[in-house]
Design a protein around this ligand. Sequence first.
Ligand SMILES: *Cc1c(COP(=O)(O)O)cnc(C)c1O
Length: 259
Amino acid sequence: MTPPSTDPTVPVGDTVTAETRRAELARRLAAVRERIAAACAAAGRDPDEVSLLAVTKTVPAHDVALLVDLGLDAFGENRVQEAMAKVAEVAALRPAARIRWHLVGRLQRNKARAAVQWAHRVESVDSTRLADALDRAVRRALDEGRRAGPLSVLVQYSVDGDPNRGGAPDGVIDKLADHVATLPGLRLDGVMAVAPLHADPERAFAAIAAAAARIRSAHPDAAILSAGMSGDLEVAIRYGSHVVRVGTALVGERPIASP
Ligand SMILES: *Cc1c(COP(=O)(O)O)cnc(C)c1O
């Protein structure tokens, strides 16, 4: 047996832990990629049409760095403050990586300026007031030379109008999309949705696909549908999703979120 390293720069326990975690993440990522490939094959879709957004809320920066090493380059966060710190930490851990960060959670208008500092895309735009706040923040950053172009946004669709999950329901989302399309600081790239937990997934994803198709017909460049998570990515892919946002299946169970 090799004795443990006595080199003080190599923390033996940390190395073992990181290797174990890397192996676990590699195994989970392979399983998720297999599910996506199988769902695309079953739906007769080209797997290149579906991208994986790793949702890393509550996940430490070290895990994100390991996922970068495994080839992922797009990460989703749902809290502005947590994400700001993590974006900086991951940049320090993997300075050469080109990473895209998406905000997928509810955003308060007073956090719009902070979100615009790190988010490459905000997927959770669900009101004209929030869109206006983001537009103002982007234009200010453009004026001050802190960014080069508009912010990519998705409008979030609500299947059932439940205010807790966020999103704009039928009858509201189309006008919201029309409004976003007029704002110079924002680029309307499509629609995001979270299927309600206890709803029939077929009906939920059919409604999501219909809303996305309507918005795409009014705004042909708004072509992206971000739908599907760990539990329902197969149905989402069958109904045309281009982005599956996967947390639990990739990184394991999250601790219970604090209120
Ligand atoms: C947490 C979260 C996800 C990922 O959910 P999992 O079930 O862990 O895969 C996707 N989208 C949004 C908006 C989320 O908040």
